[in-house]
Design a protein. Structure first.
Length: 573
């Protein structure tokens, strides 16, 4: 007997006039069970349908609906294209619950908003025996229908009889409120279960050598949501106040006297790396530079020759000598990619080609030394985690990106909709990663493209501080800035070993621990103000020691040149 013949079969046993009401309850239960039971209660209270017939119509509709949903799960096992629409993260969530206990999962899901459909689909998908499933749902549905119908009729009937039409309004209002509440809760639970899989409320990201990072709160911090022009407005105001106090708005251009503009921006990254003495060059990732000239072919040949002399193999990292926030940074796998990168690079500008350090560990180490003091210190250690999604075996990479708050916030980068970032290929976006498989969404771990920063100050040790103090002191006076590193393991890093410096940033760099997603906005500004005050203090001491600051006109000209460069680099990835 198919479902369409059920109403005709039932009609043989129904008294005249009951058929329309029974069919209404039967089919309404397919759409919304709560509303169907409410409707059944109304029919009973109005004496349009006996309680027994109302119950049987509802019960039969509920059971057949449950079996139909179970059947969808069975179909998903053998019809691949249906999996895309059925086996979402809600089903994965339900699957875990079922594996912990079938009977409580199937019995209680009807009371929990948003769980019935995915739970029953999961039962069919997992291959739960049909008879076993049917027996549980038959009992659970009977309890649910009887209880709810009894409550509506016993509570609603006296109200209606006592106050008439107003009673109906109250009854309908309360019932509809319950339905809306459950629907709203269902949406929230779907979002929560989705995020639990993809923004990882239960996931721990474990990268070789890196401290494990719980994705419990992989959110977008308020500080990241504020447009930069508004976010930095208080910092600019403090800069003006400090400028008045120290009698110079460009005083920080001598914070690091032997770096262009103190490293506020526009400094040569290769020059900074070369300032480290030969004794400590073993801690620098090996690199060569290529100056772009008029001939692409000659520049390419020059690059290959220098790479060979320096014993730097492919893959390697190509990046601008004057850079910021990962703009223009790419992983180059072969000669063809290198030729393409060089061809797209601005003329008369310098490229850094650096040995690729395969360690997963990446961090920013902020260093400060007060002029006149013998030793400096590491004031901040920030662990940088690359943007990624974790497969559930069902969703495409594009769907996983949408489900995660943090990756969704940077979606335009991953889809290649930004002029300065290459994004992910359509093939990868439409692929379905295996359950637990991590897909890296960008080579660079910059906050700009969704990288996650975690405050690692608790990993700072005296050995780590001593190592970076020696490295910084081996340079011409370097007082304020950040060393970006890749490291083999957090244990070795704490001993001051097992790391490679990939970049040094001067006075314009931030102690990036402020971008930890758990930092409140007041704490972020407190740290920014503290570091900016130290920057002016150090610069003022350097002025006393005879160093000359950059004039405002030259500083503006320098800044404009730097900004124009950033917009002309090849797309990062």
């Amino acid at each position: 007997m198919d479902i369409s013949s059920v109403p005709l079969f039932i009609s043989k046993f129904l008294p005249d006039g009951y058929m329309p009401y029974c069919l209404t309850l039967f089919f309404t239960s397919f759409v919304q069970e709560d509303f169907a039971v409410l409707t059944g209660g109304v029919f009973v209270i109005n004496k349009e349908l006996p309680l027994l017939f109302a119950f049987l119509s509802l019960y039969l509709g509920i059971i057949i609906s449950d079996i139909g949903i179970y059947g969808l799960g069975v179909a998903a096992r053998s019809i691949p294209w249906t999996q895309k629409y059925l086996l979402n993260s809600n089903v994965q969530y339900a699957k875990k619950k079922i594996e912990k206990g079938l009977i409580p999962s199937v019995s209680l899901c009807r009371l929990c908003p948003g769980l019935l459909f995915p739970t029953f689909v999961a039962c069919g998908w997992l291959g739960i025996p049909f008879l076993h499933f049917t027996l549980i749902t038959v009992v659970a549905a009977a309890v649910y229908a009887v209880t709810l119908l009894f409550l509506i009729t016993t509570i609603g009937a006296p109200i209606v009889h006592q106050i008439g039409t107003a009673g109906w309004v109250i009854l309908l209002g309360v019932s509809i409120s319950v339905i809306i509440f459950k629907s709203t809760r269902a949406s929230k639970m779907r979002l929560k279960s989705t995020n639990s899989k993809c923004d990882q409320s239960s996931e721990t990201l474990s990268l070789s050598g890196m401290p494990s990072y719980s994705w419990k709160n992989n959110k977008v911090a308020l500080s990241e949501k504020i447009p930069p022009i508004l976010f930095y407005a208080p910092v600019v105001i403090q800069w003006l106040i400090l400028g008045i106090r120290y009698r110079s708005l460009t005083l920080p251009t001598i914070s690091n006297p032997h770096v262009e503009a103190g490293g506020l921006w526009g400094e040569s990254k290769s020059d900074l790396l070369n300032q480290i003495s030969d004794e400590y060059q073993t801690y620098v990732a090996k690199f060569i530079t290529v100056s772009r000239k008029s001939s692409e072919s000659n520049d390419f040949k020059t690059a290959l020759s220098k790479l060979k002399d320096a014993s730097i193999p492919f893959p390697l990292v190509a990046k601008p000598d004057i850079g910021w926030q990962g703009y223009g940074v790419r992983l180059i796998d072969n000669e063809d990619e290198l030729r393409e990168y060089i061809a797209s690079y601005p003329l008369k500008k310098t490229i850094i080609l650096q040995k690729y350090i395969p360690h997963s560990g990446e961090a920013g180490v902020f260093y400060i030394r007060i002029p006149g003091e013998e030793h400096g210190c590491v004031t901040s250690l920030t662990l940088r985690y690359y943007p990624h999604v974790t497969g559930d075996g069902v969703s495409t990479v594009k769907e996983l990106i949408h489900k995660d708050e943090r990756t969704r916030h940077k979606l335009h980068f991953f889809r290649g909709n930004d002029d300065r970032h290459a994004g992910i290929t359509p093939e990868i976006l439409e692929s379905v990663p295996k359950e637990g498989e991590k897909i890296r969404l960008a080579f660079i771990g910059s906050l700009r493209v969704g990288g996650t920063y975690r405050d690692g100050s608790n990993f700072i040790t005296s050995a780590l501080t001593e190592r970076f103090d020696k490295i910084a002191k081996s340079m011409p006076p370097f007082y304020f800035g950040r060393f970006d590193i890749r490291f083999e393991s957090i244990d070795k890093l704490q001993k001051g070993e097992g790391f490679s410096i990939i970049e040094i940033n001067g006075a314009g760099s931030e102690a990036i621990h402020i971008w930890d997603i758990d930092k409140s906005l007041p704490v972020v500004y407190k740290e920014l103000f503290k570091y900016q005050s130290l920057l002016f203090k150090i610069s003022a001491l350097n002025r006393k020691n005879g160093f000359k600051k950059m004039g405002i006109a030259n500083f503006v000209k320098y800044s404009m040149h730097y900004n124009s460069l950033v917009h002309n680099y090849p797309r990062s990835e």
